[in-house]
Design a protein around this ligand. Structure first.
Ligand code: RB5
Length: 149
């Protein structure tokens, strides 16, 4: 699975903590930056990852900022992106089972590396349930098509 990962300065430390987990899960990731703790603007990196997921060049994405809120706002503006901000593993599991989330957002200033590792593991190993949840995703797609006209 091809995955784009990006963050702002507030997400660099957590990003570095989860890359060994991605390796363990045999995820093929591409880091679009930022790579240092020098202050940057989260929309710039949120856009890079979200665009790659939206246009299908990457199957999934991971974005990290301080609270995860800014990255979530950016990501969910992109057609076809279903971004889930998760601070614990239960939400991450449900975001896959019910929402078929294709972009995981993590709050770098709120959770520690151990929690992030649990989230990442379940997020990559939990399948979408389909069924009635697919019907709901179809409705989201219809809203998107109407608004993007
Ligand atoms: C950066 O200071 C901070 O605003 C950003 O990482 C994020 O939390 C925005 O939502």
């Amino acid at each position: 699975m091809k995955v784009a990962i990006g963050c702002d300065h507030a997400g660099v430390a957590l990003k570095n903590e989860i890359t060994p987990i991605l390796k363990e899960l045999a995820v093929d990731w591409e880091d679009v930056g930022t790579k240092t703790e020098e202050s940057v603007d989260y929309p710039d990196f949120g856009e890079k990852v979200s665009e790659l997921v939206s246009n299908g060049k990457m199957e999934r994405g991971i974005l990290i900022c301080g609270t995860g809120i800014g990255m979530s706002i950016v990501a969910n503006k992109f057609p076809g992106v279903r971004a889930a901000l998760c601070s614990e593993a239960f939400s991450a599991t449900m975001s896959r089972l019910h929402n078929d989330a294709n972009l995981l957002v993590l709050p770098g200033r709120i959770i520690d590396g151990k929690t992030a590792a649990e989230i990442v593991k379940v997020w990559f190993t939990t399948p979408f349930e389909g069924g009635r949840h697919q019907r709901r995703l179809d409705k989201i797609k219809a809203i998107e098509s109407r608004l993007c006209k």
